[in-house]
Design a protein around this ligand. Structure first.
Ligand code: HEC
Length: 123
């Protein structure tokens, strides 16, 4: 049997480990987004359509934008979501359509943002 040259073996190992790392990253992103979906199903759905399989419709007369709509806006990004979710607060000037501050932890902001971004339609 022909032996693999050390250089080829090294290249193959590097390629495999890069692919493994990429697969792990995708898996991690997927589970962060899944955590975000669970959170959204518990605290955001009263005002937003957060997922097509949510058990109840939002309760606002004028529902807030759906997460799918927010995800597909051209200016939506992880940093824009973080800014909104950490800085927003209920404002008397914009009654009745203003979102209260949700008092999320840093991890929760990351998870729910990852979930929203996962709803973006791939071109
Ligand atoms: C009490 C109702 C209510 C709840 C609960 C609520 N939202 Fe909202 N949200 C709104 C309304 C109303 C708007 C649109 C007006 C505004 O931007 O304040 C909005 C807008 C948004 C936007 C769009 C911001 C932009 O840039 O236009 C995001 C993102 C968002 N909400 C995320 C969330 C997340 C995540 C949760 C749960 C952790 C949540 N919302 C819970 C009412 C709510």
């Amino acid at each position: 049997m022909k032996r693999l040259s050390p250089r080829l073996a090294l290249t193959a190992t590097m390629l495999l480990s890069t692919q493994f790392a990429q697969a792990q990253t995708r898996l991690h992103e997927h589970s962060v987004a899944a955590t975000g979906k669970t959170l959204a199903m518990r605290v955001c759905w009263t005002c937003h359509v957060v997922a097509s399989d949510q058990p109840f419709a939002p309760m606002l007369n004028q529902p807030a934008p759906s997460f799918a709509d927010i995800a597909n806006r051209s200016n939506t990004s992880a940093s824009a979501l973080r800014r909104f979710l950490t800085k927003t607060h209920w404002d008397e000037a914009t009654i009745p359509m203003s979102m209260p501050g949700m008092m999320l932890t840093d991890d929760q902001v990351g998870a729910v943002s990852a979930y929203i971004l996962s709803l973006r339609k791939r071109p």
